[in-house]
Design a protein around this ligand. Structure first.
Ligand SMILES: [Zn+2]
Length: 357
């Protein structure tokens, strides 16, 4: 508060008294502030209701170790989105399904090998049939489609390329849900500079940046959404809040326009948890369309942070992550009601996993 007519503040006068010194020009990488905020901490050791982790990558893990973590945290079922292709993908599916058939499922990875072949679409449909024979419950298209993959003429492939229509028709016949991880966080499409909110992460991984991409993020999402609209009898899942977590009004509009579209929340607690009022309303309104997923190697503490985010009203805590932090902020819990928690944790996923019902 200003004190008197001199314009000096209480703090100015205090500095004069104690002659405080401060390090100047501290490097950003050396800046690790500790919050002095004291707030309630509620550790959720086990999820309030059984959980299906719809988005994880377990290829490098031992199924028995994952099962132990699942048992400790009330994760009933975990989906391995294998990143292998060909025979290795089929072997990976067998490995998890044999280890615990009622605890693991698999989503296949779209295999672009042979893209130059004239019979590529037929080859892909054959591969889909093989994966389903090995128990696959979905197929994932990654961000390479739209950003980097090129056809035999060297042109960048569009996500809504009409040559791929028969592939999605095969997914309809096979009742195979399709996951899209299209584009990436908005900051990845911005220059890696002093204004980028994920500067430290992108400076460590400059190859994650797409600021020079010839296609904008919005255009990529619109290409994806045209595919979803074109195949109304296929169920689609937008990984990572359909890459729209920074703009929940835009995400709501997409869900309103596309009734066959679900999202998973994997790796997006940082986005959702820094806008808790908007995010909570979003969860209440779209409770039937949101799938729990993590996209983080199973660890007890990782799952507990997800549960703390969804179940408690705790304030200003670290979001779940492993090595790299997304940005310098903390999150707030959404204290979701039981009926919403049940849907997000399990019931919505069951709609996409008929064998488990
Ligand atoms: Zn993933």
């Amino acid at each position: 508060m200003p004190s008197g007519e001199s314009g000096k503040t209480d703090n100015d006068m205090f500095v004069n008294l104690v002659n405080a010194t401060a390090e100047v020009d501290l490097r950003l990488s050396d800046f690790h502030p500790r919050s002095s905020l004291q707030t309630a901490v509620h550790t959720i050791e086990r999820a309030r209701f059984p959980v299906i982790d719809y988005h994880n990558h377990l290829d490098s893990t031992d199924p028995r170790e994952v099962l132990s973590i699942m048992d400790q945290t009330n994760v009933e079922h975990c989906i391995n989105i294998t990143m292998k292709v060909g025979q290795k993908a089929l072997d990976m599916m067998d490995k998890f399904h044999n280890a615990a058939p009622d605890r693991f499922s698999s989503i296949g990875w779209m295999d672009w090998n042979g893209l130059d072949r004239p019979d590529f679409v037929k080859l892909t449909i054959d591969r889909l049939h093989q994966m389903v024979e090995h128990g696959a419950v979905g197929i994932k298209f990654w961000k390479d489609l739209g950003l980097v993959l090129r056809d035999a003429n060297g042109s960048l492939l569009r996500i809504d390329d009409e040559r791929f229509i028969p592939i999605f028709e095969a997914c309809e016949t096979l009742k195979l849900p399709v996951m899209f991880h299209t584009a990436d966080p908005s900051a990845f499409f911005e220059p890696i500079d002093a204004e980028n909110e994920r500067y430290e992460e992108l400076a460590a991984h400059p190859d994650w940046g797409f600021s020079h991409s010839p296609v904008s993020k919005r255009e990529l999402l619109e290409q994806r959404n045209r595919v979803i609209a074109r195949h109304p009898n296929v169920t689609f899942v937008g990984a990572h809040c359909a890459e729209s977590g920074e703009d929940l009004a835009y995400l709501s509009g997409q869900l309103d326009a596309l009734p066959n579209f679900y999202i998973d929340i994997s790796a997006r607690t940082p986005e959702l948890g820094r806008q808790p009022y908007t995010a909570r309303s979003f969860f209440l309104k779209y409770a039937d369309r949101i799938l729990f997923g993590t996209d983080l190697l199973p660890e007890v503490e990782m799952y507990r942070l997800y549960f703390r985010f969804l179940e408690t009203a705790d304030e200003y805590f670290e979001y779940p992550s492993h090595a790299s932090r997304q940005g310098r902020w903390n999150i707030y819990g959404l204290f979701l009601p039981d009926d919403v928690l049940k849907k997000v944790y399990r019931d919505n996923a069951l709609k996409l996993l008929p064998k488990l019902r």
